[in-house]
Design a protein around this ligand. Structure first.
Ligand code: TXA
Ligand code: MG
Length: 309
């Protein structure tokens, strides 16, 4: 950890596990290091990055005017699968925030991530900018092997990939905009609206992913494997299938995953989509979970992955 932290300070990239998905980390106060994240991911550089810190004590380094409800959320859910969007401090440069006057901050809940962040802070670091460790638009990696598969061709010899096993949550953090009077969910995740409302006592707004896509005019193809993702079709021979374990596999259909509950569905979804590509399938049918909680996040990602299909 100490040597990985030193490499971050030196400007190298370190991919690391979190409880949600693997992140591709760089020193968030080093513009050259952060620029490498964008080039390795092939990501447009007006897309803001999340700054990862070891504890909420560091929030004040990156954010200013933090509202009381955001502090209540941080106390309750950090370390955990939640990102708070706050008014930025001077430390949060345009190269991290995509030029916005806000910054996304998160304390991840994973022993390897926390050990890395603590070692980094011991070396004088302030925070680690880390997007999901995939090429732009692709499925987020939930294992170290998936990170290597995605990024090996783009990383340099000095960069590191830390292996912390498979991610427990499996979908990206809930992003909550805390710059208004009420919390607003920008991306659903394991921390649900009901959980946010219970802790803050405030009614919580949310941005509907489908509305957002409709407004922007074009369906954003994100979180997507090479295989076409189909959400509303009966699986046919030769197609992949991801569905609850109670659903039988029709003959000739390639079963990719059989989760027993919504949590397991989230945990194995991205690995199953990668499996579809590894097996060279051109189409995969996913029978989405219904209901609230993390099922909302699963449907959000699948809607984007399916490009409206
Ligand atoms: O679970 C996660 O959040 C993972 C792990 C590695 O922490 N990270 C992640 O990062 O998913 P990324 O970059 O793949 O997705 C972050 C999302 C982006 O869609 C970005 O636009 C949004 O967070 N975001 C970051 N900062 C923001 C800000 N200041 N305002 C609005 N959205 C922001
Ligand atoms: Mg991402």
């Amino acid at each position: 950890m100490a040597s990985a932290a030193k490499q971050l300070i030196a400007g190298d990239l370190v991919a690391f596990p979190t409880e949600t998905v693997y992140g591709l980390g760089a020193d968030a106060s080093n513009s050259a290091a952060v620029a490498r994240i964008y080039s390795v991911k092939g990501r447009p550089n007006d897309h803001p990055l999340i700054v990862h810190i070891a504890s909420m004590d560091r929030m004040g380094d990156w954010a200013s005017d933090v509202p009381e409800y955001a502090i209540a959320l941080a106390r309750e859910f950090w370390p955990g699968p939640m990102t708070l969007v706050l008014k930025r401090s001077e430390l949060a440069g345009d190269f991290v925030t995509g030029g916005q006057d806000t910054v996304g901050v998160r304390v991840p809940n994973h022993v390897v991530a926390l050990a890395l962040l603590e070692a980094f802070e011991k070396e004088g670091g302030k925070g680690v900018a880390a997007p999901s460790a995939n090429r732009f638009g692709h499925v987020s990696p939930t294992t170290a092997a998936a990170v290597v598969e995605e990024l090996a061709g783009y990383l340099s010899k000095e960069d590191l990939v830390l292996d912390g096993g498979a991610c427990a949550v499996g979908v990206e953090s809930t992003i909550i905009d805390c710059t208004g009077f009420l919390p607003r969910v920008l991306r659903p995740g394991a921390i649900s609206i009901a959980m946010i409302e219970e802790v803050t006592g405030l009614s919580t707004l949310s941005v509907d992913g489908q509305d957002e896509m409709r407004v922007s005019g074009s369906l954003e193809n994100h979180y997507a494997p090479a295989a076409k993702v189909l959400l509303y079709e009966t699986p046919m021979p030769g197609q992949g299938l991801i569905a609850y374990n109670g659903v039988k596999t029709p003959s000739g259909v390639i079963r990719l995953a059989s989760p027993r509950d919504d949590e397991e569905f989230a945990q194995i979804l991205y690995a199953a989509l990668r499996q579809a590509d590894a097996q060279g399938l051109s189409e995969v049918v996913v029978m989405q979970p219904i209901g609230a909680g993390i099922a909302v996040a699963i449907r959000d990602r699948l809607t984007r992955a399916s490009n409206g299909r």
